[in-house]
Design a protein around this ligand. Sequence first.
Ligand code: UD1
Ligand code: UDP
Length: 385
Amino acid sequence: MTQPKKIMFVFGTRPEAIKMAPVIGEVKKFPDWFESIIVVTGQHRQMLDQVLQLFSIRPDHDLAIMEKNQSIAKIVAKTLLGLETLIAGNKPDILLVQGDTSTAFAAGLVSYYYQVPLGHVEAGLRTFDKWRPFPEEINRKLLTSLSDLHFAPTKTSVSNLLKEAIDPASIFLTGNTVIDALLRIAKREYDLSQLRLNLDPKKKMILVTMHRRESFGGPLEAVCRSIARLAVAFKDEVEIVLPVHQNPNVKEVVKQALGEIKNIKLIGPQEYEPFVHLMKVSRLILSDSGGVQEEGPSLGKPVLVMREKTERPEAVAAGTVKLVGMDEEIIFKTVAKLLKDKKEYQKMSKAVNPYGDGRAAERTVQALAYYFGFKKTKPKEFAAK
Ligand code: UD1
Ligand code: UDP
């Protein structure tokens, strides 16, 4: 019997952990083929640890790199140095990264320096704008150049990779692993009253998240003004719940602008399970998040995306996600219309699943088995319904 292949998983932030957890769980089912080495950079601390606990992931190594208000260069530098020792010591057969964070990019770069094959989960997303989102668009483009295996979530992402002349044999259309995680958690019972938000069941709840670097300063302040206006204009019928990202550039601005408004509930970053259940009971979602744009449509919730451009055009095409930018007036008017116009709301609230069917991790692991010669054929591709 051959030795199991060593897969080194490297991730560092909340969304990477949520999206990598299903792959880690699936790899564990094949101990004859694979051995896992789990490395977290700790680019996020509390927000990462919440996810590790939920999915019972115990890292083998934790680089613990987080600093308050850290620069991108520092994240990259610390990851490069921390990881090179681990790669040299563990000699993995492949390194797996997810998405477009600075942890993922830096890990991809070290894998190249040590000539370790790289697999990229959620490959091929593009806005074609180098500054939006920043620095994610360039991180994922660079990861494409560095990767040997590309696990693309949708047909659009496959086609983006093909346009960049990536070898089709190295691309696997898997669906997005976030839907695996979402379906698993959404079907559990969860009693939201333990959050002590005292939500009024007669009121509509708007769930808001924001954290993008390119919106720090003026745009984030404009978004806050618009949320404040909505809370006042609809004070008898709407409650706004905003789990605030830990980034001081977000936390301080949001607290200052929205902290004193009665029907706005500012809460800390939520663990994934309560957050999923908050999405489920919301009337609509206002967010600049990548993951939330993918999850909302599966739950049949309209998502208004507070960004100028998105790398996830599929749900926009399906009519359940709308780009509203970061303009105070546009955000206010679009939310107000959805609150008042039932027909418009119904159009946006049908459940669609362009991003996955809950089997993306299975396809990813079967693709790895094919790459290492344990399976003779490529896994069947994800087909959106
Ligand atoms: C990072 C990713 C972004 C991803 C986002 C998900 C980069 C450059 N950015 O952005 O792609 O969409 O995560 O949320 O890779 N902090 C804490 N505790 C935490 C997490 C963050 O205190 O658990 C604070 C720290 O002060 C930290 C700051 O937030 O310095 C920023 O964290 P960082 O990972 O640099 O950037 P994000 O804005 O979270
Ligand atoms: N999320 C969470 N708790 C929160 C806010 C978001 O668990 O308080 C989840 C959300 O469901 C999604 C992921 O975190 O799966 C998105 O993370 P984030 O918006 O930080 O990053 P992005 O997806 O934009 O990179």
